[in-house]
Design a protein around this ligand. Structure first.
Ligand SMILES: C[S@@+](CC[C@H](N)C(=O)[O-])C[C@H]1O[C@@H](n2cnc3c(N)ncnc32)[C@H](O)[C@@H]1O
Length: 214
């Protein structure tokens, strides 16, 4: 694990608040990320998200998913392990993480892209059966304002699923995230199909949100 990540054995991993420094964390972490997260950090949030995702999709070869942020493809590997039959595209800002992901051969297409509120995704609107975001929407990572872009990428009738930590440092982030979801629901863009609290990692819980695009 990188020195920049301080694991305090209570409830949080602390990440830098500038994108530039966050990029350096993942540059350095890429080679050992899977071992650290699946091992010491007990990163079970991805499998707990995927179990819900599989309930809402038609799990067949033609199903197309966008995995954002793909990281090292760890989540995509878990999708396959848990029986997902469809195709996957990856979107991720960090080249070192993406290089590890690409080497696993799990993806159809890959996109290097930094998600911000004002930066639309480099994919056509209405093109994915499922847009899945595991461990990306939380403090100092993808801003909550990215959610409408994730929704744009989903087909009508498609699913947008994401998780976000419920640990104290992420509390305010989650409040704003909920406002973004409520606004999308209020506009009739999506319906909230599920919001459930599930284990995420060592001492950390998360909410899983499942939205359906109308
Ligand atoms: C905790 S990892 C999660 C990766 C993978 N989903 C997993 O669970 O193993 C977070 C990833 O988000 C990427 N990331 C952070 N902020 C981002 C942004 N604004 N746009 C795109 N990727 C971002 C990082 O580079 C990193 O690979």
């Amino acid at each position: 694990m990188t020195d920049e990540i301080q694991w305090n054995y209570t409830d949080s991993l602390n990440y830098p608040d500038s994108l530039h420094d966050l990029m350096k964390v993942y540059d350095k972490w890429a080679p050992t990320y899977d071992i650290d997260v699946n091992g010491q950090l007990k990163g079970i949030g991805s499998k707990n998200l995927i179990k819900h995702a599989l309930e809402f999709i038609t799990n067949e070869e033609s199903c197309l998913m966008l995995d954002v942020p793909a990281g090292t493809g760890r989540t995509a590997g878990h999708y396959k392990e848990l029986g997902y039959k469809g195709k996957m595209d990856a979107l991720e800002m960090n080249q070192a993480m993406m290089d590890v992901a690409k080497a696993k051969g799990l993806y159809r297409k890959t996109f290097i892209h930094t998600c911000t509120e004002t930066n639309p995704l480099p994919v056509p609107d209405n093109s994915y059966d499922i847009v899945s975001s595991d461990a990306g929407l939380f403090l100092n990572h993808m801003p909550q304002g990215c959610i409408p872009h994730l929704v744009n990428a989903a087909k009508r009738g498609g699913i947008i699923i994401f998780n976000s930590r419920t640990s104290p440092e992420n509390e305010r982030y989650l409040e704003t995230l909920q406002n973004v979801v409520d606004e999308l629901v209020g506009k009739g863009t999506v319906v909230l199909k599920r919001k459930v609290e599930v284990p995420y990692g060592l001492h950390i819980m998360s909410y899983v949100f499942v939205l359906k695009k109308l």
